[in-house]
Design a protein around this ligand. Sequence first.
Ligand code: SF4
Length: 360
Amino acid sequence: MASINAWDSGAIKDYEHVFEEFGLSKFTEYNLTDSYLFKRKIIVAHRDFSKIADAIRHKKKFLQLTGIASSGEMHLGHKIDVDFYLLFRKLGAKSRFSISDIDGYVSRPDAKVPSMAAAKEIAVRNAADAIALGVPPSEIYAQSNMPREYYQLTYEVSKKITNKMFEAIYGHTDLGKISAVLLQIADILHVQMPHMFGKAPTITGIGIDQDPHARLTRDVAKRLDYDFEMPSFFYFRHLSGLKEGSKMSSSEPDTAIFLKDTPEEVKRKISRAFTGGRESIEEQRKTGGNPDVCKVYEILKFHNPSYKFVDGTYAECRAGKLLCGECKKNCIAFLNAMLKKHQEKYRKALPEARKIVYGK
Ligand code: SF4
C-alpha cells in the first residue's frame, strides 16, 4: 500500500501509483499560462482545479493561500512554493502567504526548533526571503500574529476532527502535530471568512506528500458552521535533493541549496551533485548524458525561466556535446547570480519582515 507521510523528507518515486491510491486527478491545464512553471509540467496533479481554471479564464474572483513552516532557512525547494504563489497572484488570485511559526515550533523536535522565540526568528528570515522573492509584505502574515477570528476558527476546526480520524490519516496522535494541522486548516480556510475576502474558490499549491492535509481540510470545510467553498489544490513535483533519491530538505543541508548560501557553498554543493553523466568523457561524448535523472539539470528546469538555456542544456547533454564539468559551471554561475540579487533584497526586507512577525 502506498503511503504519503506529510512529515517525511523522502522523494516520491512513483507518482502514477500515488494518483491511483489517493484519487488525485492528473493535471492537464498546461495552456492556462505561458509560465515555465506550467509549460515544464512541474504541476502533476490536482483536486478540483476546474473551478480555479474557470475563474482565471473568466476573470472571476478566486483566492490563494500558500505558506511555509518556519522550521529552517528557505532553500530552492521552498522557492518553488513562492514562485507558484507569485504566478497565481499574477493570474488574478487575491492572495495571502502564511509564515507558519507556531506550526514550525509545535510540529518539529526541539533539536530543530528549540522554542517559540527561535521559531519567530526563523519566521523573520523566511518572511524576508518571501519579500525578496517578490511577495508584497501586506500579503504575508505570521500565524502567531493574527486577528482573533483566525484563532477562533482553529478551535472550531478541532471540533470536527476526532483522535481516531487523525490516527487513521497520519498514523499517530502527536499533540504538537495535531495543533499544527488545525492551524494549517485554519490558514487555508480563513481567507474565505467574512472579515477576509469572503466565500470564493481557493487554491493552495502543495507537494504530493502534503495530500493528507488537503483531504482533511476539504472534509472539515464542508462540516464547519461557515459557508465555505470547498478548497482546491494543485500538487507540484518536489525538487529533489542533490543526492540521488532525496528530497531537498533543510534537515539534510548538503542536499539543498539555501537562499543564503555563499558562492563557495553553492560551488561545493553543485560540484558534488548527482548527475546523469557517464563513466568517462569518451563515453559521454559517444552516448550523451541523461538529464532526466540529473540534479543539475533539475535545478535549471525548476528555476531558470530561459527556454533557450534550459532546452539547450537538455539537447546538448543528450547529444554528448556538453560535459558535466562545464554544465555544473554554468549552473553555479546561474545560481550565484540569482542568489546575489536575492541576498541584497533580503537584507533590505528584514525590517519589514520583523514587523510582520512581531507587529512592530
Ligand atoms: Fe547533467 Fe549537465 Fe551532465 Fe547532462 S551534462 S548529465 S545535464 S550535469
